[in-house]
Design a protein around this ligand. Structure first.
Ligand SMILES: Cc1cc2nc3c(=O)[nH]c(=O)nc-3n(C[C@H](O)[C@H](O)[C@H](O)COP(=O)(O)O)c2cc1C
Length: 375
C-alpha cells in the first residue's frame, strides 16, 4: 500500500485502531434470515469478503427490538439467536484483522405493523402526511408498501426505548463487536426527534434545540454506560431531507448537535453528506457538511456520501476528515481498500440488487484479481 496516500496511514478513532482509513459504511442489504432477523452464513460470507487488516466495517442498521423494525431482512440485536449469528460474522471479520462496530437502529415512524409484531409505529409526533405520501415506502413481507399510521411516544415511554438501546449495546458486547454506532440519521427515530419537521412536541423532548437533542443524549449516555465513550459513535445526516425530513433551521440544529456531542468524548462522529439522499446522488448548494461542522466538533470525524478514491484522499490529507466511509462502492468492490490503495478500477454497482434477498448482487461481486483474470 502506498505510504504517500493519506488514506493509508494509521489512525485511532477512540479505542479503535485503524491501519487505513477506507471504512465500510453501514449498508442495509436485507439478507438476514427470516422470520427472526438472524445473521446467517450468507451475511457472514459478505462481511468476511469486505474485511481487511486494520480496516473498519460498520454493520448495516441493526434493530434494537422487535418493535423497532421497519425493513424486511434487516438484522437484529435483541435475541440470543441474533447474538449467536453475529458472533460468526464478527469472528470472520476479526480473523482477517478487521474491526467491526454495530449500527443500532430504531425505525420510528418508517415502519409497518407487519414488521413490529403488530405494534403501531412510534415517532416524536403524529404526521399523517408521512404515511399518506406514496413516495415513502417500507419493505415488508410481500413487497414495498406505504408505512402504517404512527403515534407519538408518551414521555414516560422514552426511558423504555433508551433501555432497548442499552440492552442492544450489551448484546453487541457479548457478540464481541469493537463498538457501537448510534443511527441518528436518514429520518429514523432519533432524527425524527432532532428535526422540527417531524417533532412538534411541547414537552421536554420538543421545541428548543436542547429539548430535541435530549433523546439523542440519553441514548448516547446509555451506550457509554456499556461500552465507554471511546467505543461509542454517532451517525447524523446534517441537512438531510430523505425520508420526509425537514427542519426550520438546519444550520442551527446541526451546529448544536455537533457541539453538544463534544461533552462525551466519542470514538467518532459520522456524517452523511447531504449530496447523497437515500441511495441517490442529488445536487446541493454550499460546501461539504464536514467542512461546516469540522470547526465545531472536537473529536474524530468521518463521513460518507459521494466520495471517490481521489476526493476521499483529499479530504483526509486536507485535515477535514479523519477517515472516509464508502457505501455503494463497497457493495460492488469487496476488496475496496486494496483497489483504492493500488488505484485499480472499480466495479460498478447494480442498484436493482441492493435490497433483494439472495447472493446475487451480494456475495458474487469479484475481487480485482478475478476481474483482471477474466479480461
Ligand atoms: C443500499 C444502501 C443501504 C444503506 N443502508 C444504510 C444503513 O443501514 N444505515 C445508514 O446509516 N446508512 C445507510 N445507507 C447510506 C450509506 O451508509 C452512505 O451514507 C451512502 O450510500 C452514501 O455513501 P456512498 O456515496 O459512498 O454510497 C445506505 C445506502 C445504500 C446505498
Amino acid at each position: 500500500m502506498k505510504a504517500s496516500n493519506a488514506l493509508f496511514t494509521p489512525t485511532a478513532l477512540g479505542a479503535l485502531r485503524l491501519k487505513h482509513r477506507v471504512i465500510m459504511a453501514p449498508l442495509t442489504r436485507s439478507r438476514s434470515v427470516q422470520p427472526d432477523s438472524v445473521p446467517g452464513d450468507l451475511m457472514r460470507e459478505y462481511y468476511e469478503q469486505r474485511a481487511s487488516d486494520g480496516g473498519l466495517i460498520i454493520t448495516e442498521a441493526t434493530n434494537i427490538s422487535l418493535t423497532s423494525r421497519g425493513w424486511l431482512g434487516a438484522p437484529g440485536l435483541y435475541s440470543d439467536t441474533q447474538v449467536e449469528g453475529w458472533k460468526k460474522v464478527v469472528g470472520a471479520v476479526h480473523a482477517k484483522g478487521g474491526l467491526m462496530v454495530a449500527q443500532l437502529w430504531h425505525s420510528g415512524r418508517s415502519s409497518h405493523t407487519s414488521m413490529t409484531g403488530g405494534a403501531t409505529p412510534v415517532s416524536a409526533s403524529v404526521d399523517s402526511k408521512y404515511w399518506e405520501n406514496p413516495n415513502h415506502l417500507v419493505s415488508i413481507p410481500g413487497g414495498w408498501v406505504q408505512p402504517s399510521p404512527h403515534r407519538a411516544l408518551a414521555v414516560d415511554e422514552i426511558a423504555g426505548i433508551v433501555e432497548d438501546y442499552r440492552e442492544a449495546a450489551e448484546h453487541a458486547m457479548s457478540v464481541g463487536f469493537d463498538g457501537v454506532e448510534l443511527h441518528a440519521a436518514n429520518g429514523y427515530l432519533v432524527d425524527q426527534f432532532l428535526q422540527d419537521g417531524s417533532n412538534k412536541r411541547t414537552d421536554e423532548y420538543g421545541g428548543s434545540l436542547e429539548n430535541r437533542t435530549r433523546m439523542l443524549s440519553e441514548i448516547v449516555r446509555a451506550l457509554i454506560s456499556v461500552w465507554g465513550a471511546d467505543r461509542v459513535a454517532v451517525r447524523i445526516g446534517p441537512w438531510g431531507t430523505w425520508n420526509g425530513m425537514s427542519d426550520s433551521n438546519p444550520d442551527a440544529l446541526f451546529a448544536h448537535v455537533a457541539k453538544d456531542l463534544n461533552e462525551f468524548g466519542l470514538a467518532y462522529l459520522h456524517l452523511i453528506e447531504p449530496r447523497v439522499s437515500g441511495s441517490d446522488d442529488v445536487q446541493t448548494a454550499g460546501g461539504l457538511a464536514a467542512e461546516r461542522l469540522r470547526p465545531l466538533f472536537k473529536g474524530k470525524m468521518i463521513a460518507a456520501g459521494g466520495f471517490e478514491p481521489d476526493t476521499a484522499e483529499r479530504v483526509v490529507s486536507d485535515g477535514i476528515l479523519d477517515a472516509v466511509a464508502f457505501g455503494r462502492h463497497f457493495v460492488s468492490n469487496p476488496d475496496l481498500p486494496k483497489r483504492v490503495a493500488e488505484h485499480l478500477e472499480l466495479t460498478p454497482y447494480d442498484r436493482s440488487t441492493f435490497y433483494t434477498f439472495d447472493e446475487v448482487g451480494y456475495t458474487d461481486y469479484p475481487v480485482y484479481a478475478a476481474v483482471a483474470a477474466a479480461v
